[in-house]
Ligand binder design. Structure first.
Ligand SMILES: Cc1cc2nc3c(=O)[nH]c(=O)nc-3n(C[C@H](O)[C@H](O)[C@H](O)COP(=O)(O)O)c2cc1C
Length: 442
């Protein structure tokens, strides 16, 4: 007990010392957070100290995108640049974040079987999805509210997608409209759809996106109300800025420190009204982004409404894959929302094979979750994915350096994919098959 008291005192002395340092005093976020930590509970203190320790250890924190050796280097840089609560929103999974980690671990259980003595002078990484040929199979998954990470927001991501030639999906709750994203991309962007509990609102978003030129609508089906985003809630406790200054009307969709509170709860109309894709719509009855009542009848109704390609994102089982195909979808995205949906510990890369079985080759299947390396992309392609999505990595790049950071993340992944294709002896994406991977012996 005495030892614990001693440790607490030492910690407090350390915090006071930090508070006096010009580095911290110069940052309103850290100075404010430190002041409150001097009165905070030990758990919060631990958390923030861990946070600072991470920063300190990173003499490696990037000062420009070209210093990055891999995409993970952008995470501490983003953590440093983004206000704590916003970084917490980006980082969080649910409960203990175990599925966030599991998504990564899944890739480490797969090993690559490289072939030798293949002429790899020329590597073709292009992939065709719905008659459009992309430079690579690397896709930008939809991420909400990206202006919370950098003022460039989704338009910075779209410009990076243009420079590097990547497919981008725009979130329904993005901080940019589909028209502006398509203009910034200089080409089509897919529209992700949260249909809301008001049919006319969801339908209007679909029709607006179609009119703007989105060639695909992606219905996300994996995120119900009430996900317990503990990492987010903890980060909110150390961020003492006033949410209402930006979140408007005194309402924040992420009430500070309240487990179980997420954007699909009360005060919701105010939240969606600020999002460009809801401009001009009557949102007074919108209470949920993804209504609890959504079922396969709803999918059928939506399928009959959508005139462009129609995909479902969030499928992780053979049965649902089969049903999706029976309901006329044009494609699937195997996803667990980057570990933000439920803490099941099942990595998406391990859900992929059964989803592919259910699909039976009838429609393309994209996978996302935990993809951080060119070798991860290679493994997903080898298991049968058509393409591979990234969520947090491009958001780290964005948060750290805006558009330039997103471009750097994409460049690193492209370089790594090219390298492993050479090493494995595969000169085109089509050549990357099951023969090139094996399960790690247990
Ligand atoms: C901050 C954040 C916001 C997200 N917003 C959305 C969203 O609006 N719609 C959606 O379908 N998925 C959303 N996702 C999930 C991503 O599209 C993607 O499935 C996930 O990030 C992939 O995992 P990764 O982050 O490990 O790459 C979000 C993910 C994050 C991290």
């Amino acid at each position: 007990m005495n030892r614990m008291l001693e440790q607490a005192k030492t910690r407090r002395r350390f915090l006071k010392m930090l508070g006096a340092s010009p580095l911290i005093a110069g940052s309103s976020i850290f100075a404010g957070s430190l002041a409150s930590l001097l009165h905070a509970a030990p758990l919060e203190e631990e958390h923030f100290l861990g946070w600072l320790e991470n920063l300190q250890q990173s003499d490696a924190v990037l000062s420009s995108p070209d210093q990055a050796l891999d995409v993970m280097d952008f995470e501490p840089a983003a953590r440093k640049a983004i206000p704590p609560a916003h970084f917490g929103y980006l980082a969080t999974g649910v409960d203990s974040d175990a599925t966030v980690q599991a998504n990564r671990d899944g890739y480490s259980r797969i090993q690559i079987r490289s072939r030798r003595l293949v002429d790899v002078t020329s590597i073709d990484m292009s992939r065709t999805i719905f008659e459009t040929k992309w430079d690579t199979p690397i896709v930008l998954s939809p991420v909400s509210a990206q202006k919370a990470f950098h003022t460039d927001g989704e338009l910075g991501v779209a410009r990076a997608a243009k420079t590097k030639g990547h497919l981008m999906m725009l979130s329904t709750v993005a901080t940019a409209s589909i028209e502006d994203a398509i203009a910034a991309r200089g080409g089509p962007v897919w529209q992700q759809l949260y249909p809301t509990n008001v049919w006319e609102v969801g339908r209007a978003i679909v029709k607006r996106a179609e009119k703007a030129g989105a060639p695909a609508i992606v219905l996300t089906v994996d995120l119900h109300d009430g996900s317990n985003r503990e990492t987010l809630f903890r980060s909110q406790r150390v961020d003492k800025r006033q949410c209402s200054a930006c979140h408007g009307g005194g309402y924040s969709p992420f009430a500070r420190g309240k487990p179980g509170t997420n954007p699909v709860s009360g005060g919701f109309a105010q939240y969606v009204a600020r999002k460009p894709m809801f401009d001009g719509l009557d949102v007074s009855k919108v209470t949920q982004l993804y209504p609890l009542a959504v079922n396969w009848d709803f999918v059928k109704r939506l399928r009959d409404t959508v005139t462009v390609k129609f995909l479902i994102k969030g499928i992780v089982t053979r049965e649902d894959a089969q049903l999706a195909v029976e309901h006329g979808v044009d494609g699937l995205i195997v996803s667990n929302h980057g570990g933000r949906a439920e803490d099941t510990l099942r990595p998406t890369i391990e859900s992929l094979p059964e989803v592919l079985e259910g699909v039976g080759g009838k429609v393309p299947v994209i996978v996302d979750g935990g993809v951080r390396r060119g070798t991860d992309i290679f493994k997903a392609l080898a298991l049968g994915a058509t393409a591979v999505g990234i969520g947090r990595p491009h958001s780290w790049g964005l948060g750290a350096f805006g558009q330039a950071g997103v471009e750097a993340v994409l460049e690193i992944l492209r370089r790594e994919l090219r390298t492993i294709m050479r090493q494995a002896g595969t000169t085109s994406i089509g050549q990357i098959t099951h023969n090139y991977v094996v399960s790690r012996p247990s």
